[in-house]
Design a protein around this ligand. Structure first.
Ligand code: GLN
Length: 392
């Protein structure tokens, strides 16, 4: 048998997406992979229906359809607090996933070091491996998920070329404060390094916390590649529309990587999504209100069952602490993956094992999410209540 690359032997498929497949197989309620079970805004659907007949159906401009890039630039100018040039500083990708991969491949040569917070969104490990970068992990320490800035300085001293920030953070729901971002930014400037920031949950930040784009801080734009997507903001995870924003000298090179990775994102979907990017502020307020209510409802339900959990400052993810279960003889020696597989089959709810997000060896956390209609959340909570008998 001929050999495949060593590279493909060094990482597994995504456990998040694997849990969705297992969930589908057993007909469980899927609280693992983060996507909503309610429809996108009607305006997007109506526009998509028109586009089916009016087109476009052929390739868009590789770097993104001009009207889509113009709308993105206008929206991002508000968050980043400066005029963004749609031709030079925006690149449309196939989802936030390609945006991150493209940023990593643009910044890193094989052997370069990149700092990644732990817990991290699991794609970053594969992104690092595929781009040849070696991750240096910086712990975010529960319960507040604080970090030690000295470790970041030590990472830059070791030659780290970039730091990846997921802000707001998947899976722990941390919102990086202005002070924290300024401290990281000052080091990126001091050591002439990049900040790659993943901000796909930028519109799901619960009061009193506020989202701050690191690229908006003084002196940071030139050092920052901002990755985001329309998936969560407009409930269109299947449309695979993401983007990169950054200074021209970086985006120029990202464009080449993207051109040969995917050529471009789906042109009819870019056309249909333009109207979403043009929504007024009311839309984002309502979205946040919806998720604020869902968060309160779901967390209250978890409290009533007696399941221990964090309180996310942002995103729709919640980490459940399953240590009390793991201490019971029934679960002795189980991994968190085994626990999640058992939960799908016996409880009928799918979650993601926490070990998929941590460098540290942990098996006491699992991730669930509440991007679900009220009826689905009710059924999920009723099923999760069955867990309690295993603590008696
Ligand atoms: N970001 C979402 C999650 O963490 C979905 C990821 C994906 O599968 N693209 O579950």
């Amino acid at each position: 048998m001929p050999f495949l690359s060593e590279r493909v032997g060094t990482f597994t498929d995504s456990v998040i997406r694997r849990m969705t497949r297992i969930s589908n197989e057993y007909g469980a309620i899927n609280l693992s992979q983060g996507f909503p079970d309610f429809p996108p805004p009607k305006a997007l659907l109506d526009r998509l229906a028109d586009v089916v007949y009016s087109g476009p159906h052929q390739y868009a401009v590789t770097f993104g359809a001009p009207n889509f890039r113009a709308a993105l630039a206008k929206k991002a100018s508000k968050t980043i607090n400066r005029g963004i040039d749609p031709d030079k500083e925006v690149l449309v990708t196939c989802g936030g996933t390609e945006a991150m991969m493209c940023a990593m491949m643009t910044v890193c040569d094989p052997g370069d070091k990149v700092m990644v917070f732990s817990p991290f969104y699991e794609n970053y490990t594969a992104d690092a491996i595929l781009s040849g970068a070696e991750p240096i992990y910086i712990p975010l320490v529960p319960p507040n998920y604080n970090f030690d800035i000295n470790l970041i300085e030590a990472g830059f001293k070791q030659g780290a070329k970039a730091i990846i920030i997921c802000n707001p953070s998947n899976p722990c729901g941390k919102v990086f404060s202005k002070k924290e971002l300024e401290a990281i930014g000052a080091l990126a400037i001091k050591y002439d390094a990049f900040v790659i920031t993943d901000e796909v949950y930028e519109h799901m930040v619960y009061a009193p916390k506020k989202h701050i784009s690191v690229a908006s801080l003084p002196g940071m734009y030139e050092h920052t590649i901002t990755c985001s997507s329309l998936s969560k903001t407009y409930s269109i995870t299947g449309w695979r529309l993401g983007y990169l924003i950054g200074p021209e000298y970086i985006i120029d090179s990202c464009k080449k990587v993207h051109d040969f990775l995917t050529i471009g994102a789906a042109s009819p979907l870019q056309e249909a999504a333009v109207c979403g990017l043009e929504f007024e502020d009311d839309y984002y307020k309502e979205l946040l209100q919806t998720y604020t209510e869902k968060r309160e409802y779901f967390l209250k339900g978890l409290d009533e069952i007696g399941l221990k959990h964090n309180v996310p400052e942002a995103t729709y993810f919640v980490m459940l602490d399953i240590q009390d279960f793991m201490n019971k003889p029934k679960f002795a020696g189980w991994s968190d993956l085994e626990f999640c597989e058992w939960m799908v089959k016996e409880i009928g709810v799918a979650a993601v094992p926490g070990s998929s997000f941590f460098k540290e060896p942990i098996n006491n956390l699992i991730r669930v999410h509440f991007a679900r209609q009220k009826e689905t959340l009710d059924e999920a909570l009723a099923r999760l209540a069955k867990l309690k008998q295993y603590l008696d």
